[in-house]
Design a protein around this ligand. Sequence first.
Ligand code: AHR
Length: 615
Amino acid sequence: ELKIDAEHPGINISPNLYGIFFEDINHAADGGLYAELIRNRSFEEATIPKYWSLSLTGTAEGTITLDSDNPLNSAQSKALRVDVTTADPAGSVSIANEGYWGIRVTAGSQYYLSFFAKASSEFTGKITVSLQSADGQAVYGQTAVSGIGTDWQKYTTTIVANGTDSNARFVLALNTVGSVWFDVVSLFPPTFNNRPNGLRQDLATMVKEMKPRFVRFPGGCFVEGDVMANAFRWKNTIGKIEARPGHQNLWGYRTTDGMGYHEFLQFCEDLGAEPLYVVNIGIAHKDNISLDELDSWIQDVLDAIEYANGDATTPYGAKRAANGHAAPFHLKYIEIGNENNQYDSQDNRSNLYGERYIRFYKAIKEKYPEIYTIGNVEAWGTDTPSWQYSYPVEIVDEHYYRSTQWFINNAHKYDNYDRKGPRIYVGEYAVTTNLDCGKGNLNAALGEAVFMTGMERNSDIVRMASYAPLFVNANDRTWNPDAIVFNSSRVYGTPSYYVQKMFSNNIGNIFLPTTLTGFNRIAPAANKIIGKIGIGTYNTAVKYDSVVVTNQSDDRILLSDDFPANVTNWSVKSGTWSLSYNETDTASTPGMIVAGSSDWSNYTLTLNAQKISGK
Ligand code: AHR
């Protein structure tokens, strides 16, 4: 029986409790949510034209090279040069892009193509652009672009697909002699909310259906970079895509920054979620800048706030308006650093956090007192992270990647947190221990769900929480598990995704105390063991027979044939019952363990085991 006590309402549940954590890990952005279909569109990856291939048909001949001598602009260091040395009216010199593990083409959809090109004066031909099957046998739509000039210029066209294929390729074909340079070759399908330079509809819809109240972006370690040269710099991620240089992502690939600061803010607005921007405070994984150099990084954050919230009379507010969004985005949360409050044991450097934190904090609060700031506490080394400074802090960000059992055991973690604060944001959490989580499973999701009940019950102090990571492209599972799994054409949510969605879609506004009777919570734990048989080191086979377990209450009990730490196979029994237990293990293998429910009051249980052989 469940009794709800509406007479004695408890806390108001934090309306912003459930949000998401977005980071470009596992190709979550490039090759994921960001809908760009061309991989290595700017030819900046590697010293060869990676993900592009040359093909010659008929008697046509030609070559491709990466050219650093004719850059499109200062943001693009390389272009692709195609030289057609022999033309064949019945054949072509073509280059194909394979996309991110295949390009998804859907019959009836319109694809928007843009590219920059220039040609040598002898090239007078046309460029045929098409979507094809991987083997080139099927063509799903094509068109031609002609009149390529000798100076860099942007060309645009559209292709409507007449077939569906999840592993298609994009082809540019040339059929007259001469040289053509290409850069920033970009192809978009229809996007979420029809935004230009937008997001994949299916993936964005999965996120929308979670009803996140906030979006933490752009990471994660992605914010920090492996070295400072690869840190996220928001000013390099706004404006026209050809003006964005991109950078090396510490998760093993290059990011275009096509999904940049503006697109993140736009996505938040489209979701009806608050933006929570995590900023680099001059610390990367392997290096950092000195305190003397910090001012320009602090200024960057102030400028970012102005870009998001300033009116069009401010320099950065005007840039936002010029980029297509005249109204402010209402940025409210800034997190000062990501997992940067670590101790020596974690990163072999002295703790760099405090002094940097307070300089960012003061600068932000002085100019924008209405912004909530979030501080870092130790992320990996402890179960009880705390704010060790006397500096003011409003919210601290705790991270937990643990076992299912840890999350269950910690359902009451926040019951006794000091209500004076600081308030808590659980910015990253998930069951990650291999045996528990697989590639995302119900066991992990249930552990997280139990923990979430504790956060919700205590959301006067735990104001916000986000599962992590959100996305994985199944072709690049760098971090496991993740909430949403996809490839070029398909997507599914793990059980953890559905737990997040269920809690967020059904959040209440007031906590009402409840009492549950006639049912006992099942929480096996080492200190709850009430009976053990055959435990210890023994060197001969042991056999028990006629093990009678009399459970005089109607509690349910748990039975395992191993120590709780290794338990894989708990079974649940209730009432009075008996079983025949025939253990023939030798050496130090433990025998049977009987553990009770977590409610021990009024509990009586007797074990009667008859050993029939062994020591
Ligand atoms: O979620 C994956 C990573 O875990 C994040 O980038 C980082 O913040 C944490 O260490």
